[in-house]
Design a protein around this ligand. Structure first.
Ligand SMILES: *Cc1c(COP(=O)(O)O)cnc(C)c1O
Length: 442
């Protein structure tokens, strides 16, 4: 099945194994809910982007920035470093993890539409290579921080090229009417470029756009690239300055359900390269260095969540049919995407094979909220009972990273598996962790 990580397999008795370790072993050793990260899958997804874009644009002409917000931990950052990736962070907290892992600052880009002065200062002090400027307010903030330090900071400008990527409304980010960046159409992006060029402490290196998430149609990237290249030409005409960098963001779509297919990095890379080359040629520009920022497409498919079934019940529906409610020991605190984006996932019985008839089922969590639904409609064996294990694939992106402590639940650990070995890379939160925030003198 396409949505499982590459080292997922099923034993003859129906049990799920990931990188050679059974679901039962993982659950008994580390508890549930549990994020299981297939290290080899993560690393090969990352390499696929490097290989595909280097193949299209040439070695040394592309940088792949892993979008840390999808899932970040010090261990993952070590893999990125070893495998030749760069890192995109968008808060001081994400930067703190990068610092903990001693990730080279020369390979970090800092995003965000409302970076605080403190965050900007931390980024500059660490030596972050690029700050992605997102607003006029920020131009003066970054300039001031750089001036105080007597340095020149490299920056790129986040533009909104006015493209409605064909994706879920809530996760599209490049309409004009969005909080991110400077619109190209209104002239704001050009004005931002002028202001940045006017600063002695800022060094304008390039333009950026991130047109959305879960994109399956390469036309969006191609149109964005064309519009940005027009702006590069306008900037060159005005100032004789050819910016060396073009960053096309992330958003590469992946499969969550059987029958869906992911956007192939090699296909996008080839198409982008053709469009960029011809647009640059038309404007008499050299093809700039290309950056991309995949998050979901690298980590999404590499993780699955293991849950233990706690309670089950059956309800009679208005149409006379019935539905099983299968409650697991996690829920919206470890997977908020169904609640906020109507995102769909699938699930399998992970500890055994069942020959029982399938029945319409709903997998729900343990939170005090009717909307705490992980999978709204799925057919599952009618003999699923307390103690069974369920596994949801493709939870790597925005699962653990958007996890919450709602209902004072402890956020699940992440266990990396590789060659039959499992190790905790982010441990389970404990009640002590939660209670540490209490001020008993308050
Ligand atoms: C969210 C984001 C990404 C990553 O998006 P994915 O859909 O996870 O690939 C990349 N760049 C920026 C600026 C983002 O905001």
């Amino acid at each position: 099945m396409s949505m499982w990580s590459k080292n997922a397999s099923w034993a003859a008795d129906g049990e799920l194994f990931i990188a050679g370790i059974s679901a039962t072993t993982l659950a008994s050793e580390f508890g549930t809910p549990l994020f299981v990260l297939d290290e080899d899958d993560f690393r090969s997804n990352a390499r696929r982007f490097i290989d595909a874009f280097e193949e299209a644009f040439g070695a040394g002409k592309v940088s792949v920035y892993y979008a840390g917000k999808a899932f970040l931990s010090a261990s993952v950052i070590k893999w990125l470093e070893e495998d030749g990736l760069n890192l995109d962070v968008c808060t001081g907290g994400e930067l703190a993890v990068a610092k903990l892992a001693k990730f080279p600052p020369s390979r970090i880009e800092f995003h965000g539409n409302n970076k605080s002065v403190a965050e900007i200062e931390e980024a500059l002090d660490y030596g972050v290579e690029y700050i992605a400027i997102d607003s006029f307010v920020e131009i003066s903030r970054v300039e001031k921080a750089a001036a105080t330090r007597g340095m020149i900071q490299k920056v790129i400008i986040r533009t909104t090229p006015g493209i409605e990527a064909h994706t879920h409304e809530f996760i599209a980010t490049a309409h004009e009417d969005v909080k991110f960046g400077f619109s190209i159409a209104s002239g704001a992006a050009l004005e931002a470029a002028r202001q940045v060029r006017g600063s002695t402490h800022l060094d304008l290196q390039g333009l950026h756009a991130h047109i959305g998430s879960q994109i399956f149609d390469t036309d969006g990237y191609e149109l964005a690239a064309k519009r940005i290249i027009e702006l590069l030409a306008t900037i060159r005409d005005e100032s004789n300055l050819e910016l060396p960098l073009l960053d096309l963001g992330g958003g590469f779509g992946i499969a969550y359900l059987a029958g869906e297919s992911a956007l192939d990095p090699a296909t996008v890379a080839k198409k982008m390269c053709a469009v960029i080359s011809s647009a640059c040629e038309a404007h008499g520009l050299k093809v700039p260095h290309i950056s991309i920022e995949p998050g979901r497409a690298i980590v999404g498919p590499s993780m699955a969540t293991l849950y233990e079934v706690g309670t089950t019940k059956s309800v009679t529906l208005e149409n006379g049919g019935s539905r099983a409610y299968i409650a697991v020991d996690g829920g919206m605190s470890d997977n908020i995407r169904p609640a906020i984006y109507d995102a769909e996932y699938t699930v399998v019985l992970a500890n055994r094979r069942s020959t029982a008839a399938l029945q319409p089922s709903r997998v729900v969590g343990k939170h005090c909220e009717s909307g705490d639904i992980i999978i709204k409609n799925v057919d599952l064996p009618s003999d699923i009972a307390p103690g069974d294990l369920l596994a949801t694939p493709v939870t790597g992106a925005y699962g653990r990273s958007m996890a919450s402590n709602y209902n004072h639940i402890s956020r699940p650990p992440v266990v990396a598996v590789s060659d039959g070995k499992a190790r905790i890379i982010v441990r389970r939160e404990t009640h002590e962790d939660l209670l540490r925030l209490e001020n008993m003198e308050g």
